[in-house]
Ligand binder design. Structure first.
Ligand SMILES: *Cc1c(COP(=O)(O)O)cnc(C)c1O
Length: 321
């Protein structure tokens, strides 16, 4: 297949039109306690309320909506630690096509069950020993299916960008935008929207301390690969940025910072106790950075992407205890 051109803000607008009436327009919440603690005016874009519980529905649905008749007939294939799997499974069901998903053996039970529940065929692998990209490529070839990777795809990036488009449409210009960072699909799309709608906004990526490949990549000017990190932020446990995502990040992301698992747990607790919302560890990355003063935000208008809310309930109880 021919390589697609790099994504632009026009692609985000096209994705927004395709998602209209299909994806939820998620709420933007505020918290006076959070504002008092940080000295900023913070707007949370709550993608934990998105269909299947995370922003990933946006990119997956957008990508599948571009399939031609032949691609629809063979179906879609992907690999994912969870939320992208559910997003592909649900989007495929809505499009009436078959989905095969390669998932790590230790993916959260809630995510595996939800993926199967949406009708996806799950194939599991050992993420410490096997390469999911190789397995994915081989299966796609054998079965003639179209591979939609979790982040490094222009249609995925454009779809993810619609969340921050909605955010800024609602709040007006922002000084700073904090975005959880895994492979970079979410932040790439977010940065395209921020550059178009709030050009003076500083975009900052936040990744888990245990896996700061994005931070290293930005510093070195090339994609840095790391071993699979052990972190509770399973949605951001990626080992490297993608080619499409790194190109956008280099151009439009000002800095990348990290937070610890303990800081993520404290932030989950804040969300549950103060804002009455369930946010998964990965969904807390951006908020944790602001709450812990990793980057000063005093006096600023700040956007925070709350990226998802899919967490096993027994684990949640453990974290909150
Ligand atoms: C996938 C995911 C991320 C990271 O998104 P990337 O596009 O890989 O950077 C962040 N939060 C949640 C909840 C996710 O599922």
């Amino acid at each position: 297949m021919q390589a697609l051109p790099a994504p632009t803000f026009d692609d985000v607008l096209d994705a927004a039109a395709r998602l209209e009436g299909v994806a939820h327009r998620t709420p933007v919440l505020t918290s006076s306690t959070f504002d008092e603690r940080t000295g900023a005016s913070v707007f949370f874009k709550c993608e934990n309320f998105q269909r299947m519980g995370a922003f990933k529905f946006r990119g997956a649905y957008n990508a599948i909506s571009h399939f031609d008749a032949e691609q629809r007939k063979a179906g879609v294939l992907t690999y994912s630690s969870g939320n992208h799997a559910q997003a592909i499974a649900l989007s495929a069901r809505l499009a009436g096509i078959h989905a095969t998903i390669v998932m790590p053996h230790d993916a959260p039970e809630a995510k595996v069950a939800a993926t199967k529940g949406y009708g996806g065929e799950v194939i599991s692998y050992d993420r410490y020993k096997e390469n999911r990209e190789e397995i994915g490529r081989r299966l796609a070839e054998e079965r003639g299916m179209t591979l939609i990777p979790p982040y490094d795809h222009p249609h995925v990036i454009a779809g993810q960008g619609t969340a921050v488009k909605e955010l800024i449409d609602e709040t007006g210009p922002l000084d700073m935008l904090f975005v959880p960072l895994g492979g970079g699909g979410l932040i790439s799309g977010s940065a395209l929207s921020a550059a178009a709608l709030s050009p003076a906004c500083t975009v900052i990526g936040i990744e888990p301390e245990a896996g700061n490949d994005g931070q290293q990549s930005l510093a070195r000017g090339e994609i840095v690969h790391i071993d699979a990190p052990r972190t509770i932020a399973d949605g951001a446990a990626s080992t490297h940025l993608g080619h499409y995502t790194f190109a956008v990040i280099r151009q439009r992301v000002a800095r990348i910072e990290t937070v610890s698992d303990t800081q993520l747990i404290d932030t989950m607790r804040f969300f549950a106790q103060r804002m009455k919302i369930v946010v998964e560890p990965t969904g807390c990355l951006a908020a944790a950075a602001v709450l812990n003063g990793i980057v000063p935000v005093n006096g600023k208008r700040v956007g925070v992407v709350v990226s998802g809310g899919n967490v096993d309930l027994p684990k949640l109880a453990q974290y909150l205890a």
